[in-house]
Design a protein around this ligand. Structure first.
Ligand SMILES: [Fe+2]
Length: 226
């Protein structure tokens, strides 16, 4: 066996994914509201979802007027903790959009990222008793290819997070997952008897320095004759 005595490893560029349980919002009140929204707009929209129902976007001013406002405030509070943990400094967060997903048996979401945001997430409002599908994060396909170009899939220990191509997070009711928006992810089909109801969101971060820097930059740009 090869000696590990002198082996020192640095794990560079780790990717954080945060999970928060028991967020403390009134789930039943939000669920009642979700049902009203779906009743009023049974068609919804199509995005990354295969099957299922997805609402149109809610923005913070609209959420202030309905039960999603409590969830918005809760998410922002937790996301500040995540961003601090991530090393952000001198910043202000704001939610870009939030939308509702209702996936019934067989419904899923294909691989995607959330361009235009810095942190994104999902809150699980209601789940069937079992078999509701995992939330799966995926390694960058280019990294997968470069790493595996010398051998085959059996050349790696797939249970080791250093080489795993995918990582599953198990949904639970009242669980909030927050992740960097550029991280590719997908949602497995719900194969349970009942609805998987979740709420997704995108958050951006504003630099607290921009109020000093941007006016100057904007003035300079207007002087150019292009
Ligand atoms: Fe997503």
């Amino acid at each position: 066996m090869r000696s590990k005595r002198l082996l020192k490893r640095n794990d560079l560029f780790p990717t954080p994914i945060w999970t928060i349980d028991q967020c403390g919002v009134d789930k039943n009140k939000i669920l009642d509201f979700v049902n009203v929204v779906k009743e009023e707009d049974p068609r919804g929209r199509e995005s990354s979802n295969i099957g299922g129902w997805q609402s149109w976007d809610f923005t913070p001013p609209v959420m202030k007027e309905n039960p999603l406002g409590e969830l918005h405030d809760n998410i922002i509070r937790h996301t500040y903790a995540c961003a601090d943990d991530f090393g952000f400094q001198h910043y202000t967060l704001s939610m870009l959009n939030l939308w509702i997903n209702i996936n019934l048996k067989g419904d899923s979401n294909v691989s995607h990222t959330h361009p235009g945001a810095i942190l994104s997430g999902v809150y699980y409002l209601s789940l069937p008793d079992c078999c509701y599908g995992n939330f799966t994060f995926q390694r960058n396909p280019v990294d997968q290819h470069l790493r595996e170009s010398w051998g085959c899939s059996d050349n790696f220990n797939r249970s080791n997070e250093l080489v795993a191509d995918e990582y599953d997070i198990y949904p639970e009711e009242d669980r909030l997952i927050i992740f960097p928006s550029w991280l590719t992810h997908r949602v497995s089909p719900n194969v349970g008897e009942g609805a998987r109801v979740s709420i997704s969101f995108n958050i951006t971060a504003h630099s607290n320095f921009y109020h000093e820097i941007y006016p100057k930059g904007r003035d300079n740009r207007t002087k150019l004759s292009i």
